[in-house]
Design a binder for this molecule. Structure first.
Ligand code: ASP
Length: 431
């Protein structure tokens, strides 16, 4: 059995167990204390932390190798511009699709406001000007310590470009980075071996706390988001992939299952970066220079799934409060959602912060967000899977356009399967 299959089985088992606990044992103090908030909580949190632990060193070493490997600054600029353009375009397509479906279906019409929907106080999002200024770290060590992805990308690229400029000294550092990168990739493989348990614990905890019953009162909203997410991931993105790169969407979907599962269970594109990067290079055959740059960049600024949620949420809340947004309002929502997805990082629940920005801009009551908060955790999982699918689609398209996609790897169903780990028992003998 491959590791992916095992992770999938554990994910479903966790989902079922969690839902059963929620339905039949949610008031059993023992289960709540020792399992849901005990074992599942601890194992799940350790797993997410373990993934996050890999992100900064992996991205750094990989990006150093990548930029050094490209060896050509114009090519780097071209890859960056292409990726950025595609990210913006797919986000705009995603939210346009979401708004279109939501306008047709009309979720929230006739929704009863009960008055006890809870409160939502919007956290303040930074202005776009600050986001642009903040691309440059005042202290790179602080950027690494905080895991600030855009700042890390900026500094690492600058550093690697200068490695190219200094010649011999740079080459030696690049060799070191290559070895470190290989070791970090192995760390990812090791973590993937324990992933089934982590995914199981995360699923069991989330579903024990968030019963599926939450969905029913919100079904019109929930359903429209899910349909739009599915259509975007399977039709829009796959059509783009086929048209722009010519490779098989079916093979692609098969290869990206593992990062999708990780994204779904962690609800964080950032925590999923190690797995996304691994899939891009080893499963899809994207070369290291393109993958190491486009994947973390996408995890930070490309959020198609989040944009879809925002489009539907805007229409839903407008319908509930009987506010007519008009075409101008919809266009503002599209523009704002694209900007918001660039300005906020891929961590759980960030979508709601972005939504508050969008609501303020179009004059919808920000308290309306309280209505959809109950089902947000479940939708966060799904939209994160779509966010990561978008990142990988664009990574593949950009790689193909640069001649950096190895189709032999792409079409080999077994390429990059997580191999068994062999511990070097007899290292002393061979030394
Ligand atoms: N959790 C999402 C991500 O990491 C962002 C969001 O929609 O809240 O991509």
């Amino acid at each position: 059995m491959t590791v992916t299959t095992r992770i999938l089985i554990f994910m479903i088992a966790g989902l079922v167990l969690g839902s059963l606990i929620n339905a039949f044992a949610s008031d059993v103090a023992f289960i709540d204390k020792y399992f849901v908030n005990g074992l599942f909580h601890v194992v799940g949190a350790m797993f997410i932390t373990g993934l996050k632990m890999l992100v900064v060193p992996l991205v750094t070493f990989s990006l150093i190798c990548g930029v050094y490997g490209i060896g050509d600054i114009t090519k780097l600029g071209r890859v960056g511009v292409k990726a950025f353009g595609m990210f913006v375009m797919t986000t705009a397509l995603a939210i346009t699709l979401a708004i279109t479906i939501a306008v047709i279906v009309g979720p929230g019409e006739g929704f009863e406001l009960t008055g006890d929907q809870g409160d939502f106080t919007a956290p303040v999002a930074p202005p776009l000007t600050q986001v642009i200024i903040d691309l440059i770290p005042s202290n790179p060590v602080a950027a690494y310590a905080e895991g600030n992805m855009l700042q890390i990308i900026f500094f690492t690229i600058l550093f690697a470009v200068c490695m190219l400029m200094v010649g011999e000294a740079g080459r030696k550092v690049a060799e070191g980075a290559e070895r470190l990168n290989e070791i970090m990739m192995q760390v990812v493989t090791v973590v993937m071996h324990v992933a089934p348990y982590g995914v199981f614990a995360l699923m069991a905890k989330t579903f024990a706390l968030q019963g599926l019953g939450l969905i029913w009162p919100m079904f019109s909203y929930f359903g429209v988001v899910v349909v739009a997410l599915l259509l975007h991931a399977t039709i829009t993105l796959m059509l783009l992939l086929k048209l722009l790169s010519g490779v098989s969407p079916l093979m692609f979907l098969r290869k990206v299952r593992t990062p999708q599962i990780f994204a779904f269970s962690t609800a964080s594109s950032n925590a999923t970066i190690p797995v996304t990067l691994r899939a891009a290079e080893k499963r899809l055959g994207v070369d290291n220079p393109t993958a190491s740059f486009v994947v973390p960049f996408g995890a930070t600024i490309n959020m198609d799934g989040t944009a879809i949620m925002q489009g539907v949420a805007t229409i839903f809340v407008a319908n509930v409060f009987g506010i007519d947004l008009g075409i101008g309002g919809y266009l503002t929502v599209i523009g704002m959602a694209v900007l918001a997805s660039i300005g906020t990082a891929g961590v759980p629940g960030v979508g709601l912060i972005m939504l508050a920005m969008v609501f303020t801009q179009v004059g919808l009551p920000v308290e309306g967000i309280a209505l959809i908060m109950g089902v947000d955790r479940l939708l966060d999982m799904m939209r994160t899977a779509v966010n990561v699918t978008g990142d990988l689609t664009i990574t593949s398209i950009v790689a193909q356009s640069e001649g950096s996609l190895d189709e032999a790897i792409f079409y080999d169903p077994k390429a990059g399967d997580v191999e068994d780990i062999h511990l070097p028992h007899k290292a002393a003998d061979t030394a």
